[in-house]
Write a protein that binds this ligand. Structure first.
Ligand SMILES: Cc1cc2nc3c(=O)[nH]c(=O)nc-3n(C[C@H](O)[C@H](O)[C@H](O)COP(=O)(O)OP(=O)(O)OC[C@H]3O[C@@H](n4cnc5c(N)ncnc54)[C@H](O)[C@@H]3O)c2cc1C
Length: 297
């Protein structure tokens, strides 16, 4: 018998579209396939497989060879693939929510999200519950009890931070800093009382212009005495992916999880590890997107 695939394709329909704020639309995807979508929690990522430029999913094959077939498909018939966060998985109801931050028509995912309606068909790629054992796709590692957390990101990281906050133990302390386009993008979140949740509205300012000083201030407050600064080699965010995640639970003075525009996250990494002296094994840095580049590079 062949082993079930770790990740697989799930054919779904848009069940509902909810305008959460000027920037966010929540998509509830539904379909019997989702009975096997594993709820791995925290910042679990998934892939949205979008209709091809010529429309539909005629070239997409399910099964172990799907990726090889997808790669070989001519551009106009190939389905664009973009990464998102499973904001909530309701396996029993065969539903998955994804919160999409709209950014105009520049990319296929944002363009699709602006126009999508209930009943539209789409394909997700995500963890297969039929597979026993770890699925991957989750980067947040719950820190040891008593270790404060610092969660920070832009509008693309808000769904992940919201899902992480919901799962943190009640006694967790720390800060969550969320930079979003507008004040009206502040969503209702569930978080432990000891985590200071702060929304930072850019209102037209540059990406990171509020997040960077806010992270610097929060790090200084949560870890008042700097550690030994470590030399950090700079990642070329235009050609390489900024992705550095510890695998073990942090037991030090702070656990930090940061995601968003890659150049902004690189600046934060430089500050926290290179200046503030945080142990890099306790800091997860993820470039979720790069200004001026598509997810395909
Ligand atoms: C693990 C992970 C989880 C993610 N989770 C989410 C999520 O839950 N919700 C969410 O909204 N995003 C999320 N993202 C970010 C999302 O994948 C990117 O924003 C993606 O580039 C959007 O695809 P697109 O087709 O709209 O644009 P692309 O075709 O990839 O890019 C087209 C142009 O738009 C620019 N661009 C891309 N994203 C943005 C943006 N947000 N604001 C302004 N300009 C942008 C690019 O720089 C490029 O110039 C996640 C990314 C990762 C890696």
């Amino acid at each position: 018998m062949t082993e079930p695939m770790v990740w697989r394709l799930f054919t779904v329909q848009v069940q509902s579209v909810t305008d959460l704020s000027p920037t966010y639309k929540r998509f509830t995807f539904a379909g019997p396939d989702l009975a096997d979508f594993a709820d791995c929690g925290y910042d679990l990522r998934l892939k949205l497989i979008l209709p091809a430029p010529t429309g539909g999913f005629t070239e997409l094959v399910h099964g172990p060879d799907w990726y090889t077939v997808w790669r070989a498909t001519p551009d106009e018939r190939r389905n664009p693939i973009r990464t998102y966060t499973a904001r909530q998985v309701r396996r029993g109801q065969c539903e998955v929510d994804v919160d999409v931050a709209l950014h105009g028509d520049a990319g296929p995912a944002s363009r699709w999200a602006r126009a999508a309606r209930p009943g539209d068909r789409i394909v997700l790629m995500g963890p297969n519950a039929a597979h026993e054992g770890p699925h991957g796709g989750v980067e947040f590692v719950p820190p040891a009890p008593g270790v404060p957390v610092l969660l920070a990101g832009d509008e693309t990281a808000v769904p992940a931070i919201a899902a992480i906050l919901e799962r943190l133990p009640a006694g967790t302390v720390g800060a969550a800093l969320l930079e979003v386009p507008y004040a009206a993008d502040a969503l209702a979140l569930t978080a432990p009382a000891g985590v200071d949740v702060r929304w930072l509205a850019r209102d037209g300012a540059a990406h990171g212009s509020l997040l960077v000083p806010a992270v610097q201030e929060a790090a200084a407050r949560l870890v008042p005495v700097p550690g030994t600064a470590e030399a950090v080699e700079d990642v070329d965010v235009d050609n390489d992916i900024l992705w550095e995640v510890p695998e073990d639970a942090a037991s030090g003075r702070l656990y930090a999880w940061l995601a968003g525009e890659a150049a902004v996250i690189r600046t934060l990494r430089r500050h926290l590890v290179g200046e503030r002296g945080l142990d890099r094994k306790a800091v997860a840095f993820m470039g979720y997107w790069r200004q001026g580049r598509t997810e395909e590079g």
